[in-house]
Ligand binder design. Sequence first.
Ligand code: SIN
Length: 335
Amino acid sequence: MQAVFNSNRRSVVVLGMGGTIAGEGDDPSQTLTYQAGARSVARLMADLPLPCRAQIEATGCAVIGESVAQIDSKDIKWTHWWDLARRVVHWLDEPSVQGLVVTHGTDTLEETAWFLDQVLGHRTRFKPVVITCAMRPATAADADGPQNLADAVVVAASGAVRGVVACVAGEVFSAQAVQKVHPTRVNAFDGGPVSHIATVHSGVVQRENPGDALPLVSQSRWDRWLTPETPIPKQPWVECVWHTGAASSQLLPLLASAGVDGVVVAATGNGTVNEEWLMQLQSMSVAGVAVRCATRCSHGALVGDIEKGQTFSGLAFYPGLNAVKSRVQLCLDLI
Ligand code: SIN
């Protein structure tokens, strides 16, 4: 469903995926129990308070809304990612569109951001895709969604950032850096080892740091999967496993014998695992299971042999990616 808000030539498109930003609860004082994804994008836009509308109107852009899904992002599926990417591509190809906003649940926002970043590649070089969210449902007396939505539209219209970014609580993070770090507070995200790349306040975007380098190529290996006529590729079976103190030695052989395609180990510290796990991972790798390592630390990036893309114990890793984004990347690499 599409809804037009303003009517100008330049436009920003808001694609809705659900989440708390579209959540409804019975009690305006309650911010923890509600149904995520209950409201359409049209409703979110129609309910924007006057100051948020004024900030959007000042961009001079029309806003077009379309609900792609209305889900709690813990329920997101592989097919949702592809459906979203295809709608993003559809709108990016429209000459009048300056940029896109995606409203999304906070819980898996960083995975969707990395997925879009990878499959869209060069397409976002001149038109940003700005993902936003909220920690309080739309029915909360102090809902944070309306301002986040207005901020995201302002960022998408501004031309100040490129690529796939997340805009939350006045800060803009790259898709590679953004991570959810808190289960309840309003500023629930940070940029891990990297600071925000821009801020947005009262309709003003201020660029503060360089973002990620964007691909220059005009074609990517994903292009053929981004047309609606092509069936969505089958999802490889990739699991994320945590290496812990007193780690069980039973899980990895079970996964291997069940036919897993890949595992991402959220390893201790700078990508370490105990001897038993190392041997099991090595034999899984020899047997054809794709093994990647990430750190389970919430901040900082793995340091290893960057040229070989390996930790010092020889496990492959994706530089700069946390475990959940490494899993997205491995799924894509195994297609
Ligand atoms: C969700 O991720 O859809 C629910 C939680 C949230 O958006 O904060």
